[in-house]
Design a protein around this ligand. Structure first.
Ligand SMILES: Nc1ncnc2c1ncn2[C@@H]1O[C@H](COP(=O)(O)OP(=O)(O)OP(=O)(O)O)[C@@H](O)[C@H]1O
Length: 306
């Protein structure tokens, strides 16, 4: 059997008394885009640093494309491109000089290094600004250059830790397109984010992590089907919401109400009957599409994480 891109088995990691990963078991399939999702402090960065060999787990097994990270950390690291959450670039150097430096750390030299630098700059849409100092770049350009630095050694697995924080919609769109392009080229991408709409747009599989534990994982469609609360949106020309014993919760939303229920079709029928019998004009009646955002909130709760 071909080993998966990433396998974490019962991984545990503490920082002193602070348990960051309690018991994490995860599998990332080759050639997919995998969304690692979780609120602040869930353990996403810790898990990714362990996969890259930057941090050692206290317990558990980690392998990358079949290579045991504990046994052969250097071989594993060569297979992985890691884009950290914090920008790690030299502001006083140009984009080319930054990439030449990082490429040198991977042992790239001469014409190979120059070609890889040009390729990476093209890929992230920065070829025309290649000779400008990074200090003159916008936040989105720095993020894209940060990604280019992780592509120079042509990794089979790219790990991105919240790559779209603080970027404008254009750079965000460019980064999402870049991920789709890499995936189409056969690169496995792990994408950590708390932007659920981005994960829905690019990920094949997702895992939701909280307090160092995996709450759910699987194909995006499966996770939505398994956990998304079913709901109906109703707007009608009446001040009160419809009466519906099947609704577990009724919330005001836009010009109407959201009725959560495991029997949404019964709810819809009941609303239509009431509208007809009481001559109330119905303005909208929709089965709400399950969203990753609603799954995320229903699994991780709505209390603030600081
Ligand atoms: N170097 C460290 N020393 C002590 N505690 C740490 C350290 N790094 C992380 N932690 C703690 O470990 C837990 C997991 O943190 P981690 O950064 O892995 O979460 P995260 O999901 O990536 O969060 P965020 O979305 O905020 O980046 C948190 O409680 C955090 O405060």
């Amino acid at each position: 059997m071909i080993p998966p891109a990433i396998s974490l088995q019962s991984v545990r990691k503490s920082y002193g008394a602070n348990l960051a990963l309690a018991d994490v078991t995860l599998t990332v399939r080759r050639g997919t885009c995998f969304g690692l999702l979780g609120p602040n402090g869930a353990g996403k960065s810790t898990a990714m640093k362990i996969v890259c060999g930057v941090l050692k787990p206290d317990a558990g097994q980690v392998s990358v494309l079949g290579v045991d990270v504990a046994r052969d950390p250097f071989a594993a690291r060569r297979l992985v491109g890691y884009v950290p959450q914090d920008i790690t670039l030299y502001e006083s150097l140009t984009a080319v000089d930054n990439l030449q430096f990082f490429g040198g750390l991977y042992g790239l030299r001469g014409a190979t290094l120059s070609n890889r630098v040009q390729d990476a700059l093209r890929r992230v849409g920065l070829a025309s600004r290649a000779r400008d100092r990074v200090g003159t770049y916008s936040g989105g350009m720095k993020r894209r250059l940060n990604i280019a630095a992780a592509l120079l050694h042509r990794p089979q697995l790219l790990i991105l830790d919240e790559p779209t924080v603080g970027v404008d919609p254009q750079s965000r769109n460019h980064i999402l397109e870049l991920i789709r392009g890499l995936r189409a080229d056969g690169v496995t991408v792990v994408y950590a984010t708390h932007y659920m709409e981005e994960a829905e747009a690019v990920c094949d599989d997702v895992a939701i992590l909280d307090h160092g534990r995996v709450l759910t994982q699987g194909a995006l469609g499966e996770v939505l089907a398994r956990h998304a609360p079913r709901a109906v949106y109703v707007a009608w020309a009446n001040d009160a919401p419809p009466q519906c014993p099947e609704a577990e919760e009724i919330q005001a939303h836009r010009q109407g109400w959201v009725l959560r229920s495991p029997q949404p079709l019964t709810v819809m029928r009941r609303v239509m009957d009431q509208a007809e019998s009481r001559s109330i004009r119905l303005e909208a009646l929709e089965l709400m599409r399950p969203s990753l955002e609603s799954v995320f909130l229903s699994l991780t709760g709505t209390s603030l994480r600081d």
